[in-house]
Design a protein around this ligand. Structure first.
Ligand code: WTA
Length: 658
């Protein structure tokens, strides 16, 4: 049995059902009728969702799909994302509501900001950025820890119409440099460092290194704005580096914002694709904000007056963008942002935050849930988490056991779990149960949300019958869809729209199954993208990193099943002849090299030094066979291999411990 078949047959044994709690169902933001309403007139449905936001000028047309796959939503409308997230609420008398409770990793290092305070700080930052020469359309990179200034920086960029590109703080200087060059970034916003695992962790040195690398490639970062967070020593270039505290802190809190065209770029988020080069996913303002805000209110059943909402994602990922910043703030929610790791200073840190802040909606990733399961129920049981009423999951398939544990131990069997499927490209949640409507099944993302068209289809584009698997596609354009890949329209068309060109469907790159009731189970990527702890990594990107090491001749990387992280990076490496056996520490040396090139999340769990790699006659590496080896399975069909003895060589190498 292949691993997919195994998953399919295990899943079909899953027959637990969890009905929505009565109280929640009775008062739900979105009811079952929404599905019909949206199906009858999709555009009218989205227009109504858009009316929940403030438009300076209303749109003339909901959707322009005259040049597919290049969509325009709310055509002719003008909007400002920061105004919608802040000013509007202050004008509506909500200025004193807490926008974000920030919790630093060091205990007692906390700060809660109200909407009025956040608005003032964003105006200051907008003025400071303008002063530094940032104009509408200029790109700004944000490379920051999880602190309030990160949110301020994003909203300040949005306010002045300068698209931001947030680069995850765990990425290396190389990864940062690549993104800065690709996006043509003018200014970088960073911090001296942040706190992780009980100690300050530096960020500014990586920016200094990246700036030098950008220069080598003919680019130029004009200014680096640095937040003082840890107080650690930093190198300083007087011509370029500017302290945030000296500029933003001194700037005026008055800033009249401009309203931009609905299709004005809001941000670029880089994500891994099936080739080595990360893709800059472009989101524009109007449609994106409609998607993020509406789904946040809909899927979590947000009651902004009373809920305390916590999304644990890092702002460096799309989940942090849509469900920590733009969605919740546009909805005037009270959110939580936590700087550190879940187990610092002790294992119950997250649950203590839930207890202390009376968090009512909690959104996290299956990999985190699995690690808590491992630590044991005694830890969460020490805390009073009775405030919780909706739990969410995102980033990777949630295995039924983790779902049930989450619902039972964290939610005390009274909270629905919404398993939300979406991608950087989709901008907002596409497939998910509705907590007041859907009877949840552990492990299933259930149904496309109202207004979203999705299906599971065969290679040829036939909709599969219930009980079968295939490729996941989105069949209708949606407001928060990516508009293109930054600077590469062709790759945008090729990657997402060429497989089902005739039908005009978006190909998501995921495999999925429809169960007997027609509910959807997302199974995982069908391309060369891995999902490690909910983070997207490209096999080819890690292969390129390995090959850039002087001792490496060739490398193949696969994502192998892993109990904790969903998938883990496994690398097969052929050394150059002159490197001999590479030396005793070769594996560690290579692991370090990948960390340096990409970042710690890409570090291989396993590196195997092999004499050959299995290839087809046309020279394509057969990753499927390597996955069999990495997952300790019997090696599958080798008939298409150019040289079938290769697998024996690799397996021998494995058993001799290499
Ligand atoms: C996977 C994260 C199963 C999927 C929002 C997708 C999921 C990729 C789920 C996107 C889920 C995300 N069930 N798989 N609920 N959510 N995925 O761009 O493979 O970082 O294509 O966006 O994560 O990852 P990305």
């Amino acid at each position: 049995m292949t691993s997919t078949e195994e998953t399919l047959s295990n899943l079909s044994k899953e027959d637990r059902r969890f009905e929505p709690p009565e109280e929640l169902a009775a008062d739900a933001n979105v009811r079952a009728e929404a599905y019909d309403r949206a199906a009858q007139d999709r555009e009218a449905f989205w227009a109504e969702a858009a009316e929940r936001l403030h438009w300076d000028r209303t749109w003339d047309q909901v959707l322009d799909w005259s040049n597919p796959p290049f969509a325009k939503w709310f055509v002719g409308g003008t909007i400002n994302a920061a105004y919608n997230c802040l000013d509007r609420h202050v004008e509506n008398g909500l200025g004193d509501r807490v926008a974000l409770h920030w919790i630093g990793e060091p205990e007692d290092d906390t700060r809660s900001v109200t909407y009025a305070e956040l608005k003032d700080e964003v105006c200051q930052a907008a003025n400071a950025l303008t002063e530094l020469g940032v104009q509408k359309g200029d790109r700004v990179a944000i490379y920051m820890p999880m602190i309030l200034e990160t949110v301020v920086a994003m909203l300040a960029c949005a306010r002045i119409g300068a698209p931001h590109t947030v680069v995850f703080g765990g990425f290396s200087s190389d990864a940062l440099a690549t993104r800065v060059v690709d996006c043509g970034v003018k200014v970088v916003i960073t911090a001296d460092g942040g706190y992780r695992r009980g100690a300050p962790s530096a960020l500014k040195p990586a920016v200094d290194e990246a700036r030098a690398k950008v220069k080598e490639q003919g680019g130029e970062v004009e200014k680096v704005l640095v937040v003082k967070r840890t107080g650690q020593d930093v190198d300083w270039d007087d011509d370029v580096d500017v302290w945030w505290n000296d500029t933003v802190g001194e700037a005026s809190t008055e800033h009249a914002c401009e309203f931009f065209d609905s299709e004005h770029p809001l941000y670029v988020m880089y994500t891994s694709g099936s080739t080595g080069k990360p893709k800059g996913i472009l989101h524009t303002t109007g449609g994106y904000l409609v998607g993020a805000a509406f789904t946040h209110w809909e899927v979590f059943d947000l009651k902004p007056e009373t809920d305390v909402y916590w999304c644990t994602a890092d702002v460096g990922w799309v989940t942090g963008h849509s469900y920590l910043v733009y969605g919740p703030l546009a909805n005037a929610a009270t959110g939580v942002i936590y700087e550190g790791t879940p187990d610092t200073p002790e294992k119950g840190r997250w649950w203590k935050i839930v207890q202390d802040l009376k968090v009512s909606i909690f959104y996290t990733a299956p990999t985190a849930i699995r690690s808590f399961m491992k630590q044991g129920q005694e830890i969460p049981d020490r805390y009073d988490m009775s405030s919780l009423r909706v739990l969410g999951s995102v980033g990777e398939p949630i295995n039924p056991e983790a779902y049930v544990w989450y619902r039972h131990v964290i939610g005390k069997d009274k909270t629905p779990v919404v398993d939300t499927w979406w991608q950087t490209e989709t901008g907002s949640i596409m497939i998910s149960p509705l907590p007041g409507v859907t009877a949840g099944k552990p492990g299933s993302a259930m149904n496309p949300l109202p207004g979203i068209g999705a299906d599971v289809v065969t290679e040829e584009g036939e909709s599969v019958p219930n009980g079968s698997g295939g490729y996941l596609v989105l069949t209708e354009p949606w407001p928060s869809m990516l508009r293109t890949i930054w600077g590469d329209d062709e790759r945008f068309v090729d990657t997402y729209w060429s497989k089902y060109k005739e039908q005009g469907w978006y190909f998501a790159g995921d495999g999925a199954k429809k169960d007997e009731d027609g509910d959807l189970w997302v199974l995982g990527r069908v391309d060369d993208v891995m999902n490690v702890s909910g983070h997207r990594l490209s096999t080819t990107e890690i292969e390129s990193a390995l090959v850039s090491h002087p001792k490496v001749a060739e490398a193949a990387v696969v994502g192998a099943k892993d109990e904790d992280t969903g998938q883990a990076v496994c690398a097969f490496v052929i050394l150059k002849d002159e490197a001999g056996d590479g030396g005793e520490d070769i594996v560690e040396e290579l692991r370090k090299h990948v960390r340096k090139e990409i970042g710690p999340i890409a570090t291989p769990r396993q590196i195997m030094i092999v004499p050959e790699l299995p290839k087809t006659r046309s020279g394509k590496i057969m990753r499927r066979l390597l996955r069999d080896v990495a997952e300790n399975r019997e090696v599958g069909d080798v008939t298409t291999l150019a040289d079938s003895s290769v697998m024996d060589l690799i397996s021998d190498g494995m058993s001799s411990g290499k």
